[in-house]
Design a protein around this ligand. Sequence first.
Ligand SMILES: Cc1cc2nc3c(=O)[nH]c(=O)nc-3n(C[C@H](O)[C@H](O)[C@H](O)COP(=O)(O)OP(=O)(O)OC[C@H]3O[C@@H](n4cnc5c(N)ncnc54)[C@H](O)[C@@H]3O)c2cc1C
Length: 363
Amino acid sequence: MIGLAIASELSAAYPELSMVLLEKNDNYGQETSSRSSEVIHAGIYYPETSLKGRLCRQGNRMLYEYCELNQINYRRCGKVIIAVDENEIHQLERVFVQGQTNGVVLEWLTPTQVQKRVPGVKAAAGVWSPDTGIIDSHGLMYAYCRRAREQGVSLLLKAPVVSIRKLEQDYLVKLPGESIKSRIVINAAGLYSDQVAAMPALDVDECGYRLYYCRGEYYRLRPRRYFEHLVYPLPEQAGLGIHLTFDLNGGQRLGPDFCYVDRIDYQMDDKAQEEFYQSARRYLPWLEIDDLTPDYCGIRPKLQAPGEAFRDFIIKEESDRGYGGFINLIGMESPGLTSSLAVGRYVTELVKQSFIRENQVDG
Ligand SMILES: Cc1cc2nc3c(=O)[nH]c(=O)nc-3n(C[C@H](O)[C@H](O)[C@H](O)COP(=O)(O)OP(=O)(O)OC[C@H]3O[C@@H](n4cnc5c(N)ncnc54)[C@H](O)[C@@H]3O)c2cc1C
């Protein structure tokens, strides 16, 4: 998603440059980008001036416009964040204040108002976010890819980058059987981005780029009730809480949970069914355990170690470390989908600055 968005934005700004997008798998969008909640976030939870906060809010606006222009399926369905009982109201108030500080449109809901918006949900209070939505993430990636290719970007599939070496002015990017020389290298390798950052000899630990894998599972929900809006409990340490979402076809699901893991494995089993049931039954009291069946999982590329506080996206051009023209994107977890177009613009600006710096050095 992020690599495609950058290719699409960058090739629009620099049609004269020759660009190639390298993907190790036999197609794009087979890792984190096809394993998300497909939610267009409004930007409620993140610190106001953080990259996550700024790019999410900007990306939200850009994405709705882009969907209209490019006939990508989406629904601005809105979401309700709930305090399940009185004990949670204080934390919900903090979410409300943070969202308002961020300039996000929000409305406080009484229990009766929550019932009206999302019948069947137990809550002591709620917050309504009208600018949250859902999107066809595959349609979005397809649109980015089509635009990038129309603007001259080549997409190389089954092209795993195995090493990157800094030459005098360029980088030598090695794939099995061939090499590519490039002035600019953009690392948007998702879960592997710390490994790719290390390739030209950056010390990942010193830079604070080491990633932790945080798995999130989803369970399909038997659609016994119709929901017009998404329902979120309060956020947790490493995720937004096991929430109720639906896709554009009406399929309902619960998730994702969070669990730090040490390897990338997308296999699903039903071990978490009880945990999901207990967690969601707090606010969906009519839920039965048989309503849940294992669906899919995604893995978050987290900079935040277990128990650590908030960590922002890292999007950085590495001139100050002696790697001019090398741009790293690390920790691109949620709200990466929502932010994707804004990230594309941001990286385009970094490339522009890099060219300006290079011209100044060249005299
Ligand atoms: C459970 C979950 C739920 C989420 N829900 C939401 C949501 O509702 N809304 C939202 O805004 N965001 C959400 N996100 C975040 C969002 O999905 C990600 O931010 C986004 O998809 C990241 O895209 P990416 O392109 O960086 O990563 P990826 O999709 O992983 O793409 C990276 C690509 O790089 C390729 N690659 C890696 N190494 C190499 C190499 N050496 N050579 C060549 N290619 C390589 C990979 O094969 C992959 O295709 C969620 C994430 C998770 C895990």
